[in-house]
Design a protein around this ligand. Structure first.
Ligand code: ATP
Ligand code: MG
Length: 373
């Protein structure tokens, strides 16, 4: 899709603005703390109805205001007729969030997800590499919810069931009460694990390719580290069987701990600096290697949007060249020019940092939240 028009009302420091977005995209240049990331945050809000920076909705409302609203118009470059309007608003009072697609409120918020087909690159992406497993599960969950049909539904069912099962364990309820949840837990949990395993397996060579290209020939691998393992010898040839076997084996431990100790809520995925040794970037990587690994994950996400949704993603890049050496920056540019043929909206603090599309992207400025086109 292409974003053709964006209206913002009291989102962060962006005030009231109505913008025509150029078809090829734009480069937003401005000093620190002027609102560049806020602008991308507003656009990406229309994709997931959340802040990509992990901020709470309340924090997104302009200071001293009670409600923000964002409206984006999208057209598909293939079918001139196809266009859609995505709107989102949040009101502090009553914590009310309202999303509409072409003026209609979807039955569930999740039905409105992913209309932009956007991917956002941000310096904060290194947290996927640096932080604990929960951060990587979050990455997997977002990418798969947006791109793998049925994933979000399985994930939500799993979380609900897990919560109920854990409540029973915590209260020390009889075993029969705990185990009523097992079938539902296994069904939804296995679907989640299978989707994670399939996606990572299908994308790991792309990840290695992107990492190698940006780093100038270095090796890195991306692998699933499920909490429950498939072991055909132990009668666990599929994820459901594997999960059932693992649950049975952990019955005593979960009683003692008062919580479900095995399952996809304990999964991890690793990014390593070798494909044959457990040299995790998280433990051994340099700053640049971490940034490169995070960037390669986002490039994989963009590729997933292309293959799963058959759309050229809208690429949002927040100050991506910060902290990368010239070689890496150049190679990223080449890659973006070659692979990302959709709209590119990027931000940079200095004009000289804007080199994408051979410097032909329209330049916009921003000062105190006011965009100058
Ligand atoms: P940098 O180059 O440092 O990343 P930036 O241009 O990306 O800067 P943003 O993060 O987009 O900066 O914007 C930061 C500004 O937005 C800060 O001045 C901050 O005070 C302001 N801001 C953040 N949240 C709100 C809000 N809810 N209401 C009004 N202003 C806000
Ligand atoms: Mg910023």
């Amino acid at each position: 899709m292409r974003l053709t028009h964006l209206s913002v009302r009291r989102f962060r420091n962006l005030g009231v603005q109505d913008l025509e977005i150029p078809p090829e995209g734009l480069a937003l240049v401005g000093e620190n703390a002027q609102g560049k990331s806020n602008f991308l945050e507003a656009i990406y809000y229309l994709e997931t109805f959340r802040s990509f920076r992990g901020a709470r909705d309340e924090q997104l409302i302009g200071f001293d205001h009670d409600v923000f609203r964002i409206v984006g118009s999208l057209t598909s470059p293939d079918e001139a007729a196809a266009s859609v309007e995505v709107a989102a608003a949040f009101q502090k009072k009553g914590r009310r969030k309202k999303v509409t697609i072409d003026g209609h409120e979807p039955e569930r918020l999740s039905d409105g997800l992913g209309r932009l087909a956007a991917v956002v690159f941000s310096p904060a992406d290194v947290s996927i590499i640096n932080e604990g497993p929960a951060e990587r599960r979050r990455f997997l969950d977002i990418v798969l919810s947006l791109n793998a049909p049925g994933y979000l539904r399985s994930l939500q069912a799993f979380r609900r069931t897990l919560q109920q099962r854990n409540a029973a364990l915590k209260d020390g309820r009889p075993s029969a009460v705990v185990h009523v949840w097992d079938d539902a837990l296994v069904r939804s949990g296995a679907a989640v694990m299978e989707a994670r395993a399939d996606w990572i397996e299908s994308m790991s060579s792309s990840f290695t390719g992107y990492y190698s290209e940006v780093s100038g020939g270095q090796i890195a691998g991306f692998a699933y580290r499920p909490n429950v393992s498939l072991d055909p010898d132990a009668g666990a040839g599929d994820w459901s069987e594997a999960y059932r076997v693992a649950l049975e084996a952990s019955a005593e431990r979960e009683r003692r701990m008062g919580t479900t100790v095995v399952g996809p809520h304990r999964d991890d995925a690793t990014v390593s600096l070798a494909t044959d040794r457990p040299l995790e970037v998280r433990d051994f990587g340099s700053g640049g290697q971490r940034r490169t690994a995070a960037l390669a994950l986002r490039l994989v996400e963009a590729e997933t949007i292309r293959t799963a949704r058959g759309q050229e993603p809208i690429v949002l890049m927040d100050d991506v060249f910060a902290e990368l050496d010239d070689g890496r920056s150049e190679r990223i540019l080449d890659l973006i020019e070659r692979e990302e043929t959709g709209q590119v909206i990027l931000t940079a603090p200095k004009d000289s940092d804007v080199k994408v599309r051979r410097g032909t992207l329209p330049r916009w400025g921003i000062r105190s939240g006011v965009i100058e086109t």
